[in-house]
Ligand binder design. Structure first.
Ligand SMILES: C[S@@+](CC[C@H](N)C(=O)[O-])C[C@H]1O[C@@H](n2cnc3c(N)ncnc32)[C@H](O)[C@@H]1O
Length: 283
């Protein structure tokens, strides 16, 4: 699994704060989910959710608050698959600190989705009304098999909500252009929402897509010695230290690409394209 612990967690949190990514995810959830839920909940006496790669659970809690407001009288149960013990602790703390979540039953699996799949295959599978994978499919070894397996856990009329970096975002341009240099650490390949759509098409699954534009101000990355810029570059390239990890030639080309291909410049600020895509896959 990706190393969501220690210093990496600080870099990740810094990225979330600076990019406003969770607000964009909330906007996607607000737009995509409520119209589906009324249909999905018709005639139901309970509603089950599976969160895959939920992290600290901020987005899960937001999504659950929407479920509770659209389906006020239906009991909700939630299963979580999240390999990071630290992030699972954060999620549990969010749950115990929120009075509105006390009526929801939670079941925690501190495992990767591959380990969860093994567990599920050895017993009778539980099925879900809603499964979500928010910013996590980068880390699975075989995305097609993972999509197929989790799609198979949907109840009739169930939905799989995937939120992921959009096709042609700055992330995709950076990571695919410098695949040889970047895909040597946590990731052995980079997956964008465009790649996920190719897999969904190959599996013959039906889905709808919504893209929301987002940008991250990376101007500081171009001032040598700037600590904030350094932290962003470490996060964006998944390295402990951007400067000592690559040759001067590679660093120079990466910075050029980041400025000229991955970003737009407005009023002297370099704005990295980190748009997100929501894919709502039907059972
Ligand atoms: C970018 S974070 C997203 C967290 C959360 N969904 C959010 O949007 O804030 C990626 C998450 O995927 C989890 N993860 C990494 N590898 C995984 C795997 N193989 N199976 C399930 N989750 C995984 C990480 O621990 C981390 O919590």
């Amino acid at each position: 699994m990706a190393g969501y612990q220690g210093v990496y967690m600080q870099r990740f949190q810094n990225y979330l704060d600076r990019s406003g990514e969770h607000m964009v995810i909330q906007k996607l959830i607000d737009t995509v989910l409520p119209p589906e839920l009324t249909n999905l909940a018709a005639g139901k006496t309970d509603f089950s959710v599976l969160g895959v790669g939920s992290g600290g659970g901020e987005m899960d809690v937001y999504l659950l608050s929407i479920l509770q407001s659209v389906l006020p009288s239906i009991p909700i149960s939630v299963e979580v698959v999240e390999p990071s013990a630290d992030l699972t602790q954060n999620f549990k703390a969010l749950v115990s600190g929120s009075s509105s979540l006390q009526d929801i039953s939670f079941s925690w699996n501190t495992v990767t989705c591959a380990e969860y799949e093994k567990q599920v295959r050895s017993k009778e599978a539980v099925k879900f009304d809603l499964i979500h994978m928010i910013q996590m499919l980068y880390y699975v070894d075989d995305p097609a098999a993972t999509l197929k397996f989790f799609h198979g856990l949907l109840k009739e009329k169930g939905k799989l909500l995937i939120i992921h970096e959009a096709a042609n975002s700055g992330w995709e341009i950076l990571w695919k252009t410098f695949k040889k240099d970047l895909c040597t650490n946590t990731l052995s390949d980079y997956l964008s929402a465009g790649d996920i759509k190719v897999q969904l098409d190959a599996l013959g699954l039906r889905y709808e897509e919504l893209v929301v534009r987002n940008t991250l101000d990376i101007t500081d990355c171009f001032t040598e010695g700037n600590k904030d810029g350094q932290m962003l570059l470490d996060f964006m390239t998944d390295r402990e230290d951007f400067h000592s990890s690559f040759s001067i030639e590679v660093r120079t080309s990466m910075l050029e690409l980041l400025k000229n291909e991955c970003s737009t410049t407005t009023d002297g600020r370099v704005l990295f394209n980190c748009s997100l895509s929501a894919l709502l896959v039907h059972a």
